[in-house]
Design a protein. Structure first.
Length: 155
């Protein structure tokens, strides 16, 4: 089979299986069950620190309106809070609350335990090589995002 066809097929399978894998995690038993989008956004805020909505949208490559809705949901759950931006008092910065940091940490531990289980029979060198190649693949996608990749899918 052609490499590109095989990669395309595996990529499609990965998307479906990754979604199912994430949905099957029993996160809710250990705290607040975050959907994948909320987990990624909260993770960005906890890991990289407070940021304006526009910065979050850029970092996660999402529309500002989408980020605004997601932040509103995290605010309603008291996982993040808005504070005035010290550089521009008209703007606000989104920061994780203590509860948000705790919830993210619990969710992350469950996620990492599931990944450890998935890769249990891989050697350390296989995991390292996969991490390197998967990172490179994600960087390639990011480099092409929004720039001429819109093509009609015919396969």
């Amino acid at each position: 089979m052609d490499d590109y066809l095989q990669i395309g097929r595996q990529f499609g399978l990965f998307l479906r299986r990754a979604d199912r894998f994430y949905c099957d995690l029993k996160v809710g038993e250990a705290g607040i069950n975050l959907d994948r989008a909320a987990y990624l956004l909260l993770g960005r805020i906890v890991t990289d620190g407070p940021a304006r909505l526009s910065v979050l949208a850029d970092d996660l490559q999402l529309d500002l309106s989408t980020i605004s809705r997601q932040v509103a949901a995290l605010e309603a759950a008291q996982l993040v809070a808005r504070t005035p931006d010290s550089a521009d008092r008209r703007a606000s910065v989104i920061a994780a609350t203590d509860t948000g940091t705790e919830v993210y940490s619990r969710n992350k531990e469950i996620w990492l335990a599931a990944l450890r289980d998935l890769f249990a029979d891989w050697s350390p060198s296989e995991r390292s090589e996969f991490a390197r190649l998967f990172t490179r693949f994600n960087e390639s996608i990011a480099a092409h995002a929004g720039g001429g990749m819109r093509q009609e899918i015919t396969t």
